[in-house]
Design a protein around this ligand. Structure first.
Ligand code: C2O
Ligand code: CU
Ligand code: CU
Length: 527
């Protein structure tokens, strides 16, 4: 099945989506009162993760059929969308689960736009808590009704966002998710996320990537459960960053994607998990990486393993040259833990959390790529885009420090309520402006992590380049907005504040850490 390039998208798609969400929303509200505790829902009776394959095994080949998210495409320079934030029961392909959704489905619809477009999104909140909307990675104004995360949409209310996409906006894979401080991790864990694709000349007929078969793959790890309790996390799980027990692609556990030999698959991967890091391989096949967060690389980078920390995106090409089944595997990642900051706390045995270790040690098969046809020679495009060059020098330098502190007494892991996740020694205060930058300048930021756990650092609005390779992310020759800062390590990035003034935030994209305070504000001023 195609990814939807060429799918006609019109107003009816929106209306159908809304119809579904209304009905499901009603069910969700009732289902939310279910009696199951988080722990009992955490043990999936049908062994759901096994359906996605077990460690080292062959692809199961019997998973649900891969499905792209619904798509809404701009027409004549404009895309108008209604997003309803609403609880719903959704299918995982191996069962159903309680979810928080946009328009009743997980992920939400892919918004497909072009540079110069006007994007108008009306968000309606049918949750029982506040929410709002962030367009992660888009280089648009963070003020007014644009990508303003200080807007709060109360239950029952709606807000219309208007985004003017600059005519010189890079093509790429971006995404949207809630950003109401304190509630972000839980809502994303529930399923509230969708892709935003900015198409450019490379995507168009005759472009470098024309002829490849494009797909959106939103990676997330929800938890199985039939009530809102499935979304809960203990303080220990929040401190470590919550991980669920169902690694999914577009909401499905272990889907089977069927391709034809002789073709080139092009995957736009989005890590929409609140905390999980993905280290991915595809049996016997290299990835040809053509883009990271912001715009394409000049040349494809060939690699056997890719890695996405929360918030990151990669666009990769895969040559489908041999018939058969191959597995897209997610391998265990060590992203640190509470280290010497406490010990012995157990997270309840539902995924991560045991013994103060952040990551799950389980390997899973995220997807099976099934190819049919004869063995075929496949030419993978190698010369891709012409990215904005890296500025040769910075006008200013800064140092930021990411740190964690436990409450007095230390032994009260998870109980004291005084755990603090900080940037420069302070927890988030939206009323305070932490950094002021002059528009039109370039800054080098060294981000230091003094804690025993990795923190993926994310800056809104203004893209950066990673200098040197202070990261183990492996592939980062392009412009980015999210980069891992390893435990007890540091990364230096060069940020271009070339245009677009306004007030925004930077934070850890382990969203529990952001909710616990590891976020700060930046104001970029003209003159
Ligand atoms: Cu993906 Cu401030 O967020
Ligand atoms: Cu963002
Ligand atoms: Cu963090």
């Amino acid at each position: 099945m195609g990814d939807g390039t060429g799918l006609p998208t019109d107003r009816r798609t929106v209306l159908r989506g809304l119809g579904a969400s209304v009905a499901l929303g009603g069910l969700g509200a009732v289902g939310a009162l279910g009696p199951l505790s988080a722990c009992s829902t955490g043990s999936t009776p049908d062994g759901a993760p096994g359906a996605g394959g077990t460690a080292g095994g062959a692809p199961s080949g019997s998973g649900p059929v891969f499905a792209p998210p619904a798509e809404l495409r701009s027409v004549d320079g404009r895309l108008e969308v209604d997003l309803v934030a609403v609880p719903a029961t959704v299918t995982t392909g191996v069962g159903e689960r309680y979810a928080l959704t946009y328009n009743g489905s997980v992920p939400g619809p892919t918004l497909r736009i072009r540079p110069g477009d006007d994007l108008v999104v009306t968000l309606e909140n049918r949750l029982d808590q506040p929410t709002n909307l962030h367009t992660h990675g888009l280089h648009v104004s963070p003020d007014g009704d644009s990508d303003n995360i200080f807007v709060m949409v109360a239950p029952g209310e709606r807000h219309t966002y208007r985004y003017a996409i600059p005519a010189d906006h890079p093509g790429g894979t971006f995404w949207y998710h809630p950003h109401h401080h304190g509630d972000v991790a839980r809502q994303l864990f529930g399923g509230m996320a969708g892709a935003i694709v900015v198409e450019d000349a490379d995507d168009a007929p005759g472009g470098a990537l024309a002829g490849t078969v494009e797909r959106v793959l939103v990676l997330a790890d929800p938890r199985a459960g039939d009530s809102a309790a499935a979304l809960d996390a203990t303080m220990m799980q929040k401190m470590l960053g919550r991980e669920g027990d169902l690694p999914t692609v577009n909401g499905l556990v272990g889907p089977v994607l069927t391709a034809r030999t002789g073709t080139v698959e092009r995957w736009r991967l989005v890590n929409a998990s609140p905390s999980r890091f993905y280290r991915l391989t595809l049996d016997g096949h290299p990835f040809h990486v053509v883009a990271a967060d912001h715009g394409r690389f000049a040349e494809a980078v060939r690699t056997d393993e890719i890695r996405l920390v929360p918030g990151e995106r990669l666009e990769v090409l895969v040559a489908v040259d041999t018939p058969g089944d191959v597995a897209l595997r997610a391998h265990p990642v060590d992203r640190g833990g509470m280290g010497g900051m406490g010990s012995g706390g157990r997270g309840g045995g539902m995924g991560n959390g045991a013994g103060g270790v952040a990551s799950t040690a389980v390997e899973s098969v995220l997807l099976t790529l099934r190819s049919e046809g004869e063995v075929a020679a496949v030419a993978v495009p190698t010369v891709i885009g012409s990215p904005t060059p890296l500025p040769t020098a910075a006008d200013a330098t800064r140092e930021l420090v990411l740190s964690m502190a436990m409450g007095p007494g230390g032994g009260g892991m998870g109980g004291g309520g005084s755990e603090r996740f900080m940037i420069d020694g302070r927890t988030f205060d939206g009323a305070r402006t932490d950094i002021t930058v002059r528009l039109g300048t370039v800054e080098d930021w060294t981000i230091r992590n003094t804690s025993p756990m990795d923190h993926p650092f994310h800056l809104h609005v203004w893209p950066f380049r990673v200098l040197g390779d202070g990261t183990d992310a492996g592939v980062s020759p392009g412009w980015k907005d999210t980069v891992n800062v390893p435990a007890n390590g540091a990364v230096t990035v060069r940020v271009a504040f070339a245009d677009i003034p306004g007030r925004a935030v930077y934070h850890c994209h382990i969203l529990d850490h952001e909710d616990l305070g590891m976020m700060a504000t930046i104001e970029v001023r003209p003159g």
